[in-house]
Write a protein that binds this ligand. Structure first.
Ligand code: GDP
Ligand code: IMO
Ligand code: MG
Length: 428
């Protein structure tokens, strides 16, 4: 049985959590493989809304084992709180496991993230310590989940890290230092709380593949926040691509058979960085309000723009997407006109469909070339069949599908599990 994957094609918050929840009812495993609790994935079931930050969005399906694989950076107190919140709502949590090789987000990472954001080069991060934790991982001084179970190593690592971090905290930021003994006491207790859940997730997945199980991999963030291919430096510190699944789980890439890219019918972005199709105007305000575009993790108002097709095409190429799933088309109802970016104009050059490396925010001389579509007024939220969509809406969808040269398999018309239209055959 192959691996299926879900990734974001824009700047995050496309509705990946919803799609994972829809697909997870036939999955044996749902796996997060990069990022950390910077993610906010919303799943709506009836009157209940769940926002998952670290746990895979398949967690509401007790049949599927939920794995936090090696590529994820884990903030243990956040993980324990998220598990406790689900338990309080009566959701089973025995099926949640974490890789013994995951790196930990430590309290000093969170502090350093906050302080750097206040002092220079503001990225608009989620202040969850993601960047500093990945820095330590690649600097080869990070603390891993397996270290929790060896008091000597855990103590040594905390001590060594703090001998360096405390200098930065005190002398660069004039902030209070951390106490190694206190941190050690706190973290050694987590060993007992997590012992049953910390496993070799690679081996678990390898055996699952051998036993023909279905594995669903859940990307966090999205391509334009990718450390290499996104709008650097206004990106996150991991790679939210299909390619990263192999690295983040330890499973060979040929097992990945189908990859769904989630695309919002317009665009949003949280934090700083270039946003060529941004609509900082009444249209943007209308869409923010109607689409409830406020961050699921930080509550920040999301910036709003028209759909940027060169960006989504870039995501189709880099991820090798087999399917695109469009979300939130219902939010576009009520506009007279809808615009879609089809190319970029960079300075005096000819328009291009490629994404240039240097977007030099905020002074870039880059603008979008738009195609304009007639809007529609109908409420789409109860529509189940593609041909019941208003003709203007179908023209919009078909133009996008043609541009991307990738089948649009599902169109989501509301946050609920069953508010979907299927097109081009089966989603699974
Ligand atoms: P994720 O980070 O990609 O999982 O997306 P978020 O959960 O951060 O943001 C997507 C928001 O849109 C959530 O509040 C979802 O409940 C909601 N949503 C998802 N699909 C649709 C849809 O088709 N229509 C509407 N109106 N809302 C949707
Ligand atoms: P999901 O999975 C939207 C953004 C932050 C900031 C940049 C770097 O819900 O789509 P970080 O804290 O990662 O160092 O911040 O990345 N960002 C997201 N934006 N959705 C997300 O996740 C995001 N995760 C990080 O706003 O601009
Ligand atoms: Mg989100």
């Amino acid at each position: 049985m192959p691996i299926y994957s879900v990734v974001g094609t824009q700047w995050g918050d496309e509705g990946k959590g919803k799609l994972i929840d829809v697909l997870a009812d036939s999955a044996d495993y749902v796996v997060r493989y990069q990022g950390g609790n910077n993610a906010g994935h919303t799943v709506v079931v009836g009157d209940e809304k769940f926002v998952l930050h670290l746990l895979p969005s398949g967690v509401l399906h007790p049949r599927a084992k939920c794995l936090i694989a090696t590529g994820v950076v884990v903030d243990i107190p956040v993980l324990l709180r998220e598990i406790a919140t689900l338990q309080a709502k009566g959701v089973a949590t025995d099926h949640i496991f974490i890789s013994d090789r995951c790196h930990l987000i430590m309290p000093y990472h969170i502090k350093l993230d906050e302080l750097k954001e206040q002092s220079h080069q503001k990225i608009g991060t989620t202040k969850r310590g993601i960047g500093p934790a990945y820095v330590d991982k690649y600097d080869r001084c990070g603390i891993r989940m397996a270290d929790l179970f060896n008091d000597n190593i855990l103590y040594q690592k905390i001590k060594e890290n703090l001998s360096h971090k405390n200098l930065i905290l005190q002398h660069i930021y004039q902030a209070a230092p951390f106490d190694a003994d206190l941190l050690f006491e706190e973290y050694r207790q987590y060993a007992d709380l997590l012992r049953e859940r910390v496993i070799d997730t690679r081996l678990e997945m390898q055996n699952a593949l051998h036993n023909e199980k279905m594995i669903l991999c859940e990307g966090a963030q999205a391509l334009m926040l990718d450390i290499d291919y996104g709008t650097y430096p206004y990106v996150t510190s991991s790679s939210p691509t299909v390619g990263a699944i192999s690295v983040g789980t330890g499973i060979a890439p040929q097992h990945i058979k189908r990859s769904y890219g989630v695309m919002k019918a317009y665009a949003t972005r949280v934090g700083e960085g270039v946003f060529v199709t941004e609509q900082n105007n009444d249209t943007g305000a209308y869409l923010r309000n109607k689409g409830n575009e406020y961050g699921a993790t930080t509550g920040r108002a999301r910036r709003i723009g028209w759909l940027d097709l060169p960006v989504v095409r870039y995501a189709c190429q880099i991820n090798g997407l087999s399917d695109v799933v469009m979300t939130k088309i219902d939010v576009l109802s009520g506009l007279d006109e809808i615009q879609v970016a089809v190319a970029y104009r960079c300075g005096g050059d000819h328009p291009t469909r490629n994404i240039p490396a240097d977007l030099s925010y905020p002074n870039a001389d880059i603008s979008a070339v738009y195609e304009t579509f007639e809007g529609w007024n109908e409420d789409l939220s109860a529509i189940k069949n593609y041909h019941d969509l208003p003709p203007a809406c179908r023209r919009y969808i078909e133009f996008i599908e043609d541009y991307l040269q990738t089948p649009l398999t599902m169109i989501s018309v509301g946050p609920e599990r069953n508010q979907n239209i299927f097109k081009n055959g089966s989603i699974k």
